[in-house]
Design a protein. Structure first.
Length: 514
């Protein structure tokens, strides 16, 4: 029996180590990249909170015998499927969720559903430590920036202070304040939502009151952040730029967050008193749990078959992961993009270059940026980014994310079919944007191993399929942008881009692997 228990312990430790090996890249990215972003650095505390909540239930857990169950294996297999989608499609968030599913599935298998129900909230709260996919974060940031800017101007008007808003820019007359990503309020949005959920967990009141409190954290975070921006604008006129950056800026953020917590507490007190909840003096859940009747023989131990099965499952997946990693091909570009023609049918170009920091962040294999100009002075910016292989953290970024993040306000987002010289057609993404009175039109598409696609979800799907079937995930982003000049309609810009793409597309195919 002793040898058997030692072998079980060996198997469990080995399973943990295999899971760490399987998710090593994912966990490294989570703790050293994703959680270091200012919007999500509260995530470091989530495991500690979850651990405390489980520890708080320790007596209740001891009172219930473990009942190992095969049902948890469903979550384990679902987690493994999601892991491989994230691994092969280059998506971290899928792997975060898959890790959570595997942890919950294993716990279910080893201790049973009754104990899972006791710590279910503690496990659910772990999901909040995982940052959302970047494209969702960027869209949410943009929305919050615009809302916060608009509300800030309303606050200023209420105080009889003249201000004008255009996008996320607040014009105060004597200066212009840009509501940057860091001021969007996202740094309050998620932490305050998580804090609200944790607070109502200990709030012994009716469900509808708990729901109101959690939902109220969303407008609270937006309104108080807008008020903070308005105060910054007022103080800017008296004390200058130092109030909008550095220590004072960070300190004001903490003050607003603490103020929000106090508001939630006041809301809880108010809801508790308007319709008090009648709670019996003694509740079954408050009685000390008597476990004297629970005999040791009733406690089911973890079957050895569970340990061996999971040891085999995770060993196989670790082996497959590293073998696939070795078998993935890096496909070099046909010709260096720096040799792309600077003269194309009356358009003359001049090279532009990315900074080294940006090249490192994008982690691309090759790129070219050319500003083309025709005889009429019209300009088209042409950009191609090529990746020899796409992996997690090293993949094509849709231009919408970068453009909206730099202050452009998206007015139209659609797809459009373009005719090519060989009478075929391609479907590309069309973005029409404005910023501070300027307008521009952008077309972009992804060239993925001979396919032209315009949707980021399809990009992930084809990366997943081709990494298995073709052992390659190379691809390119092609983006063309032209200003919409004051004296012309957006239709004129559309015609300009369509004609330009028709000319450069055959040339471009000579550079990109099919």
């Amino acid at each position: 029996m002793l040898q058997k228990n030692k072998f079980k312990i060996f198997c469990i430790v080995s399973i943990v180590l295999l899971i760490v090996a399987l998710y090593f890249g994912c966990l490294s990215w989570l703790f050293f990249v994703d959680l270091r972003r200012g919007d999500y650095n509260y995530g470091y505390l989530i495991p500690l909170i979850s651990g405390y909540l489980i520890w708080e239930k320790r007596k209740q857990l001891k009172s219930i015998p473990s009942a190992p169950s095969w049902k948890g294996i469903i979550l384990v297999f679902l987690g493994i499927v999601l892991f491989w989608f994230g691994e092969l499609a280059g998506e971290f968030y899928s792997q975060y969720v898959s890790l959570w599913l595997i942890i919950v599935g294993l716990v279910w298998c080893f201790i049973g559903w009754k104990k899972i129900k006791i710590i279910f909230f503690s496990l659910i709260i772990l999901l909040f430590m995982f940052p959302l996919p970047q494209f969702i974060t960027n869209r949410l940031t943009l929305k919050l920036k615009l809302i916060s800017s608009e509300l800030s101007v309303l606050f200023l008007h209420f105080l009889n202070i003249p201000a004008y808003r255009e996008g996320n820019i607040i014009d105060l007359g004597f200066t212009k304040l840009q509501v940057a990503d860091a001021c969007s309020g996202l740094r309050y949005f998620f932490p305050l939502l998580v804090m609200g959920i944790i607070m109502v967990y200990f709030y012994r009141e009716k469900l509808w009151k708990k729901i109101i409190i959690v939902i109220s954290t969303i407008p609270l975070s937006i309104i108080t952040n807008s008020f903070r921006i308005a105060i910054t604008a007022i103080l800017y006129g008296r004390f200058g730029q130092k109030v909008a950056e550095g220590f004072l800026h960070e300190f004001s953020g903490w003050v607003i967050f603490i103020f929000n917590i106090l508001l939630i507490m006041a809301e809880m007190w108010f809801l508790k008193n308007i319709i008090p909840l009648k709670i019996p003096e003694t509740q079954e859940s408050q009685k000390p749990v008597e476990n004297s009747n629970i005999k040791i023989k009733e406690q089911k131990i973890i079957p050895l078959s569970f340990c061996i099965l999971f040891l085999v499952i995770f060993s196989i997946n670790v082996c497959i992961k590293f073998s696939l990693k070795l078998s993935q091909n890096q496909i070099p570009i046909k010709k260096q993009l720096s040799t792309f023609p600077l003269v194309i049918d009356g358009w003359r170009g001049k090279h532009e270059f990315l900074t080294q920091n940006l090249i490192k962040a994008l982690d691309l294999s090759d790129y070219v940026i050319i500003n083309y100009e025709n005889k009429k002075g019209k300009v088209i910016n042409f950009y191609v980014a090529y990746y020899e292989s796409q992996t997690k953290g090293k993949s094509i970024h849709p231009p919408r994310t970068c453009l909206t993040g730099s202050g452009w306000v998206l007015k139209e987002d659609s797809t459009i079919a373009l005719s090519l010289p060989n009478k075929s057609k391609i479907v590309v993404r069309r973005l029409y944007m404005e910023k501070m009175g300027s307008r521009q039109l952008c077309y972009y598409w992804f060239y993925i191993r001979g396919r032209v696609i315009s949707d980021a979800y399809h990009l992930k799907l084809y990366n997943f399929i081709d990494s298995i079937i073709r052992h390659r995930t190379d691809g390119a982003l092609i983006r063309v942008i032209t200003p919409v000049y004051e004296y012309e309609d957006v239709k004129d810009a559309d015609i300009r881009l369509k004609k330009f793409i028709k000319r450069i597309y055959p040339v471009l195919l000579g550079y990109l692997p099919s």
